[in-house]
Design a protein around this ligand. Structure first.
Ligand code: F6R
Length: 586
């Protein structure tokens, strides 16, 4: 939920760190800071705002020194303030740290440290790491002993990098990502390869419960038991370097417009894994599918599609709910986990539980280097390239295509899906956004919007509501069309907008009836359909398509609507307030 980075090498650290933080801003962007070591002194600058804003105010990138650490924050403990921003220095100022994750026992540790005379400036849980390190380093003068004692004390999920006044760096990983980039006489530590990919593609994915000490031209990786740990240097794909907006004003827009290509590339490099998944599904006692947020909405589509086209029953599990539904996972079943980042803590928790229940675990995941990919038995790579905009767009349609590919194979190609045609439909929708821009202006000042869908369009209605909430901050709710009369009709009046997802399939006439019921109550109707109707105040034309393709094509105009409404409201579509792209806390 935050990003951490460290640099140790031959170049000035600060500009490299600032660039890396900018790339990882998707992980959190409420405040930012950098600390460097120069002449055995630690210099530190930090402030609230995004990387470029803060950098232009207080020039993070001119800090001197060849060693440094940096951080972008997504607040969990303590408000968004300059003081709560990272790095945090220890009381002596001789140690600075950056931290991602949560220290569960920080209150107890803070109390103990206060009793020993330590002061705390911030409200964060992270500051205790800096002071614990100071305490143990003053006692032992040994970095290895210091880190071992520190990790033995703290409980929770974390990755941190500590910088010592003598220019050494140490970093530890426990259930939060930490990657070492191994360059020519330089090392990087980072939450994501994006933090350093333009400098080196040689990386070490640190194992959970390991720490590293960097010193001049060497590094040492050890376990929390103090023993040398095994590691492997692997090459990562440079395609993740391709995280630029190009000619687009925002990543979100670029990613929406990439979808005609990403639906063609979906799962392309892991067809064998799709085949294996199909075999597992055929033999499974129970099939569970899990995810969070948008990926959970893809789970809901998967459930409906599997049942409709293959008569296979699958049970959806909202990842964050798993702890409240004990005994929900029967032994020897299969668990399919869908996640763009592969780092959502809730999803990883479900996979852990599934493994304990001896289930086969299958990941549909974009980041093949993620924890989810590494922990699953079968990995289907989404292959949609980096998704930087915090709101998921192309990853959602990619997930749907992979689900379709599984269904197609399960049915021995009886369910015939023309992916090239789906790609063309998307291009057609994206060709002319003028009408959607106009509607975006109409909705920008409203406070409530409802999205109605029936059957397989209901999960799309929920996904549409999520996009509108995230990007426009308008209250949005997805409702199954038939449920209108059971309550939501009471909300309909002339202040309300309702989006009707109404393609020409078996749900069409029932949805039109719902639209009529809404219309007579004065609400404004945006119809998303391939058939025009005078019931709609605004008609967004969907190109005609096969029934199975509608869920993919109908979400595209709503993604665009959310994007343009965000622009009309002057909010930042790439970085919606209070959110982060990779939710690594539970
Ligand atoms: C919505 C969004 C989030 C994510 C959710 C799961 O636009 O981005 O709801 O879908 O946090 O993330 P992943 O798929 O990375 O597990």
């Amino acid at each position: 939920m935050c990003s951490i980075i460290g640099y140790f090498g031959k170049e000035n650290a600060a500009p490299i760190i600032v660039k890396g933080l900018k790339r990882m801003e998707y992980r959190g962007y409420d405040s930012v800071g950098v600390a460097t070591e120069s002449d055995h002194q630690i210099k530190l600058r930090k402030g609230i705002g995004k990387v470029n804003e803060v950098n232009s105010k207080i020039q993070l990138d001119i800090l001197p020194g060849k060693v440094g650490i940096g951080h972008t924050r997504w607040a969990t403990h303590g408000k968004v303030t300059d003081v709560n921003a990272h790095p945090h220095s220890s009381n002596s100022g001789r140690i600075a740290i950056v931290h991602n994750g949560i220290i569960e026992n920080f209150e107890e540790l803070k109390k103990q440290l206060k009793n020993e005379g330590y002061d705390f400036k911030s409200d964060t849980d992270s500051e205790i790491i800096a002071n614990l390190i100071q305490k143990y380093y003053e006692k032992t003068q040994d970095i290895k002993e210091t880190i071992l004692k520190t990790v033995a004390k703290i409980k929770g999920h974390y990755a941190f990098v500590a910088m010592f006044e003598n220019g050494q760096l140490a970093a530890a990983r426990f259930h939060e990502p930490l990657i070492i980039g191994v360059g020519q006489n330089e090392f990087f530590l980072s939450s994501d390869v994006l933090g350093f990919i333009e400098y080196t593609d040689n990386v070490i994915y640190m194992e959970n419960g390991n720490f590293v000490i960097l010193d001049r031209d060497k590094f040492q990786i050890m376990g929390f038991d103090g023993k040398q740990a095994k590691y492997e240097i692997v090459k990562v794909s440079k395609e993740f370097c391709d995280a630029y907006k190009g000619d687009y004003a925002h990543f979100t827009l670029k990613e929406i417009y990439e979808q005609h290509e990403t639906v063609l590339k979906a799962g392309e490099r892991t067809l064998e894994a799709i085949e294996k998944t199909v075999q597992c599904i055929k033999q499974a006692k129970n099939i569970y599918i899990t995810g969070s947020g948008t990926s959970y909405n893809a789970v809901l589509v998967a459930k409906q599609m599997l049942s409709r086209y293959t008569r296979i029953k699958a049970e959806p599990i909202i990842a964050s709910e798993i702890q409240f539904i004990p005994h929900s996972i029967e032994e020897n079943s299969i668990m399919i986990a869908i996640s763009q980042s592969g780092e959502s803590a809730d999803v990883l928790e479900v996979v852990k539980i599934a493994k304990l229940a001896k289930c086969k675990t299958i990941a549909i995941v974009n980041l093949l280097t993620s924890s989810l990919a590494r922990e699953s038995d079968i990995v289907i790579g989404m292959n949609c390239g980096p998704e930087i905009g915090v709101a998921a767009t192309k990853s959602f349609t990619t997930q749907l295509v992979i689900i379709y590919k599984i269904i197609q194979k399960l049915s021995d190609n009886i369910v015939d899906i023309d992916f090239a045609k789906i790609s063309k439909l998307i291009s057609e929708i994206l060709k002319n956004p003028t009408k959607i821009q106009r509607i975006a202006n109409e909705i920008k000042d409203i406070s409530d919007i409802y999205i109605l869908g029936r059957g397989m369009h209901y999960p799309i209605a929920i996904e549409a509501a999520l996009k509108l909430k995230e990007l426009t901050y308008i209250h949005a709710e997805g409702i199954p069309g038939g449920e209108l009369k059971h309550g939501p009709l009471a909300l309909m009046d002339s202040n309300v907008f309702v989006i009707i997802i109404n393609p020409n399939d078996s749900t069409y006439s029932d949805m039109l009836t719902s639209a009529r019921e809404i219309k007579v109550r004065g609400a404004k109707i945006i119809g998303i359909s391939d058939i025009e109707s005078d019931i709609y105040d605004f008609w967004v034309e969907l190109p005609k398509s096969d029934e199975i393709a509608y869920p993919i094509s109908e979400i595209i105009p709503i993604q665009l609507l959310a994007y343009y409404a965000a622009l009309a409201k002057n909010t930042d579509p790439d970085y919606p307030r209070n959110l982060a792209k990779s939710v690594t806390v539970k």
